[in-house]
Design a protein around this ligand. Structure first.
Ligand code: SF4
Length: 411
């Protein structure tokens, strides 16, 4: 191992190679064989490590960088009980980077299976959406010898990996390398094809044996507070997706929410020149759903956190001018795994703001209601344990089916 890999070797050697594998079995939603690929890294067998990961994921260069490791694999690591956990994400990202550097391809790893399965299969599947779930589905279908066509609404693949996650968290070069690896499996793509706009499911359903919907859910949820429709209030998801930012220079911006989208928005806005960025969250720091690392990075970038604050209303004449907040106290309730924030009567106060960004969560876009599929009460497509929708020929996964964002990018 040369000098530049020393840090990774140290991280890999820190792994105890536990027989019970809690990092894999309990912590990884994909079941990546973590001790196995780490021991291959220890031995310098990077291609073998890439092969091990490729059994369960086609996104190691992505997952290694942006999966919520603290809550998943690293959160279950035995080392983490008394000390720091093994930095599994860093080692996974390294394996992908090394594979690209050494020109080891996913196609070569899957080739035998693709060839073998080709003779057994004459099936065609349409994958709608070229984001993480669509790309993963397409790759594993191709591995099984199935003829796959991705319908993508933009003229590029990657979905939220490209437009939803800023470059400082996920370099776009890694997305491009991942997409190239997957397309190299023989997958066809129809670009600029948006479901509900350029075509309907009925137009293509007879052409294919099955359809997979990986169309995401990138519409920002609203709070339902007074003043939410004033100019100057934006949805966090849309801001990141369309990059339609207003001028932030010298302005004060409030970002509402406590997840990674709130952190991404706040850090992007600060980089775009805002004078002050305040993240407003109704619970305490400990309950914040964002990754610890993202919160710490945001703090280092001088983003202010107002914990245990709730929004009462957004105030302004023709545009946002102020925000009325109220302090909360946290109350334990048997019915809720997290403490419930309760407004403290009379603790209202007002702050000056120029823009308010709603980063409270996301829901599927409106056209999903017209797909004639059963939806749950949040508007997500209902699926069974096989990801099958109420139409047996149509499957769905990822955000549109209500799977938590970033919880399992490869699902
Ligand atoms: Fe290594 Fe931690 Fe997994 Fe044990 S739990 S095998 S130490 S990564």
């Amino acid at each position: 191992m040369n000098k530049e890999n020393d840090g990774i070797l140290e991280k890999a050697n820190y792994c105890l190679n536990c027989k019970v594998k809690p990092c894999s079995k309990k912590g990884c939603p994909l079941g990546n064989d973590i001790p196995q690929f780490i021991s291959q890294v220890k031995e310098g067998n990077y291609l073998e490590a890439y092969k091990t990961l490729s059994k369960t994921t086609v996104l190691p260069g992505i997952c290694g960088r942006i999966c919520p490791h603290e809550k998943q694999c690293q959160g279950s690591c035995v080392r983490g009980i008394k000390q720091e956990p093994v930095q599994i994400g860093d080692i996974e990202a390294f394996v992908f980077d090394k594979a690209m550097e050494q020109k080891n391809s996913l196609y070569d790893i899957y080739k035998t299976e693709i060839e073998r399965n080709k003779n057994n299969n004459n099936k065609k599947v349409a994958v709608i959406g070229g984001g993480p779930s669509g790309l993963t589905c397409a790759a594993f279908l191709a591995k099984n010898g199935i003829n796959v066509t991705i319908y993508e609404r933009y003229n590029f693949l990657g979905g939220l990996l490209v437009y939803g996650i800023p470059d400082f968290r996920l370099p776009k070069e890694k997305v491009k390398q991942t997409v190239d690896e997957i397309l190299n499996l023989g997958i066809k793509v129809k670009y600029n094809m948006e479901l509900g706009k350029n075509f309907k499911l009925d137009d293509i359903i007879d052409e294919y044996d099955a359809i997979f919907l990986g169309i995401g859910a990138n519409k920002s949820t609203k709070m339902g507070v007074e003043g939410e429709d004033l100019p100057g209030v934006y949805g966090g998801n849309e801001l990141l997706e369309y990059k339609s930012h207003p001028g932030y220079e010298g302005k004060t911006v409030a970002v509402i929410g406590g997840g990674n989208v709130a952190m991404d928005c706040a850090r992007t806005i600060k980089r775009l020149g805002a004078k002050e960025v305040k993240i407003i969250y109704r619970r305490a720091r400990e309950q914040m759903p964002a990754e610890n690392k993202e919160i710490e990075d945001a703090k280092k970038e001088k983003i202010e956190f107002l914990f245990q604050n709730n929004i009462v209303k957004i105030i302004g004449d023709k545009k946002v001018e102020k925000l009325e907040l109220i302090k909360t106290k946290l109350v334990e309730k048997e019915t809720d795994p997290r403490p419930v924030p309760v407004n403290v009567e009379g603790s209202n106060y007002i702050i000056d703001v120029d823009y308010v960004i709603m980063a409270l969560g996301s829901k599927p876009e409106d056209y999903v209601k017209d797909l004639n599929l059963n939806l749950n009460k949040w508007g997500n497509i209902e699926v069974n344990e096989n990801y099958q929708t109420s139409n047996p020929k149509i499957f769905a996964a990822g955000d549109v089916a209500g799977q938590k964002r970033n919880s399992c990018l490869g699902s």
